[in-house]
Design a binder for this molecule. Structure first.
Ligand code: G4P
Length: 552
């Protein structure tokens, strides 16, 4: 039983994700943050590459190498900061493959903060930029970690200037590196002038020697070659004058990013990063929702806008991901439930707002690095896994009253649309069920054309099709063929402001052959080209064509 109040429990939670371009070091950093947090012991190289890398989550790699027994979308650990207050950290996994997937977007809806990892030699790469844009869209504050200082890096000022110019974000250097690669001497804390020396691996030794004690920069001359110490003193002065000091409010509002440096592989700068997350990353924030009866409730009152406070008593939250096959012995599906408020107790009954269904949450799971455990209680910011047999879908809102609906879990218009067929025609019925299941999990999107019997499957990246084909084979015994579809784009349609359902109906009747329904039975226009989308948009101003659809 927690002795803390609901507000205090929420305030000590830090729910964050790491975003990075592939190979910047996200997996290595994840492992070293877990090490710094005491969630795992002894470091081990994370090596799995090749084929596995493309289809598995980065955490599965860690799991394989390290013998960690779960691969989950979240890893929870408790760690006390410098202030002695034990914080609960929930580290969310974002898939690290090159195809940009919806999974990543959705996971970010459950994060209150993001750690942006840059490779010190490469700076901002294309995927960093894409992920950053999602964070900005969702007002997620960002802590920057510039990695791989143990290799030759770009000029630190050039890296900061790139952050400022490409991301329109004020970089506030918290630490400043004293060179890089073979000449890496350490780093200096801007506010205090504390110098943290870097210890290089001793040749022939298998373990890092650890990092010598921090000391005032003025007294750290012995760690430098002649002239270098003075250079760093000068640089530190220049940096203090040239960049803004860290302002937490500006960071929380998304205008500023604190910048930390280090080497994930050499466990350098990681304790500092974890401390920064504990100290500066925001606790769970208030969330916009609607108080609304489940659909088809008789005499239901009109929905009312609502702000859910993390410290309010009712348990509320939403499902941002559904994971299948976490345990190969059970064909279970686990819904990842991010709590927005309340004090959850095992055995509690929660209701799904959009279906009105009630479920007793008797076996909720908390994910720790070494094990998965039954969650006896949980608070705002926490992520618990709820095993279920298809009752819960991505985007579902759950609460005790069943009346709370969170918006904002988006579906994105797919960038690739393919037709899918099963080789054995007798299995067509199975295919529908399997496709529905995978779409409910959010693996791919499914569109059912209003005319004809095809299934059109949509994805943001090609990898989603590969995963899908794999799973259809392995789990459902279905051998499928993907074929090009005549469609290039999908757009959800709804009445434009001031227009009504009749206007949408009018459009649909003219394009019947290109209309489809998504999993929620919402109408979707399948265009043959982006030109056609543009043409339809101009010709039917009373219809809104959207690239995203928010469920909930
Ligand atoms: P990712 O999840 O962002 O894709 O990156 P990951 O951690 O897998 O790291 C990519 C490569 O970069 C790995 O090399 C890893 O060891 C290395 N790396 C990560 N952090 C650091 C660091 O601080 N310093 C140095 N020097 N290397 C780092 P790898 O597995 O050997 O693969 P590769 O080098 O053959 O690609």
């Amino acid at each position: 039983m927690s002795k803390l109040s609901l507000d205090q429990e929420a305030a000590r939670r830090r729910t964050f994700a790491i975003i990075a371009h592939p190979d910047a070091g996200k997996t290595t950093l994840t492992e070293h943050i877990l090490l710094a947090g005491g969630a795992i012991r002894a470091a081990g190289a994370v090596r799995a590459r090749g084929e596995n890398r493309r289809t598995q989550s980065d955490w599965m790699k860690i799991e394989k190498e390290r013998g960690i027994s779960v691969s989950a979308s979240v890893m929870t650990f408790e760690h006390a900061g410098a202030d002695g207050v034990a914080k609960m950290f929930n580290l969310l996994d974002t898939p690290g493959h090159e195809d940009f997937s919806e999974d990543t977007y959705r996971t970010l809806t459950a994060a209150d903060c993001a750690i942006m990892v840059l490779d010190a030699a490469k700076g901002i790469e294309p995927q960093t930029l894409k992920l950053f844009e999602v964070c900005r869209l969702r007002d997620i504050p960002i802590i920057t970690f510039i990695n791989k200082l143990d290799r030759e890096a770009q000029d630190p000022m050039a890296l900061l200037d790139e952050i400022a110019s490409k991301l329109q974000l004020d970089p506030a250097p918290i630490w400043w590196p004293a060179q890089s690669g073979n000449r890496l001497r350490g780093m200096v804390e801007m506010g205090t002038g504390t110098f943290q020396p870097y210890a290089r691996k001793i040749p022939g030794a298998t373990e890092d020697a650890g990092h010598p004690e921090a000391l005032p920069l003025a007294e750290a001359e012995r760690y430098f070659e002649p002239g270098e110490h003075q250079e760093l003193l000068d640089a530190a002065e220049l940096v203090t004058g040239g960049y803004p000091a860290f302002d937490r409010q500006a960071f929380l509002e998304g205008h500023m990013t604190p910048v930390l440096w280090g080497s994930a592989l050499r466990h350098f700068g990681i304790d500092e990063l974890l401390a920064a997350i504990g100290e500066w990353a925001p606790p769970p924030k208030t969330m916009k929702a609607k108080k609304e009866a489940p659909p088809e409730t008789r005499n239901a009152p009109a929905p009312v806008d609502l702000v859910v406070d993390p410290g309010s008593a009712e348990v509320t939250g939403f499902v941002f991901k559904v994971q299948a096959n976490m345990d190969p012995n059970h064909r279970d599906r686990i819904a990842m439930f991010r709590m927005a408020s309340g004090s959850f107790k095992r055995g509690m009954k929660l209701k799904v707002q959009n279906t009105g269904k009630q479920l007793s949450v008797n076996a909720p799971i908390m994910f720790f690095a070494s094990d998965r455990e039954l969650a006896e209680d949980a608070f705002a910011g926490d992520v618990i896994g709820i095993p279920n047999h298809g009752v819960l879908r991505v985007g579902d809102s759950l609460s005790e009253s069943g009346m709370i609906r969170f918006a904002g879990l988006p579906n994105f218009a797919p960038e690739i649309l393919q037709r899918v067929r099963v080789k054995d025609p007798l299995k067509a019925k199975h295919l529908k069920k399997a496709l529905d299941g995978l779409a409910e999990e959010g693996v791919t999107q499914l569109f059912r054309p209003e005319m004809g019997s095809d299934f059109i499957v949509g994805a943001v990246g090609q990898l989603q099709f590969e995963v899908m084909a794999d799973r259809l084979g392995e789990e459902y015994g279905l051998d499928v063929i993907f074929e090009p579809s005549p469609f290039a784009e999908a757009r959800w349609i709804m009445p434009a402001p001031g227009a009504g359902p009749a206007d949408v109906e009018d459009f649909m009747s003219k394009y019947r052959g290109q209309m489809a329904r998504d999993l929620d039975q919402d109408p979707v226009f399948l265009a043959k080209s982006s030109w056609e989308t543009g043409y339809a948009t101009e010709r039917f101003p009373k219809v809104a064509f959207t690239r995203t659809k928010e469920r909930g």
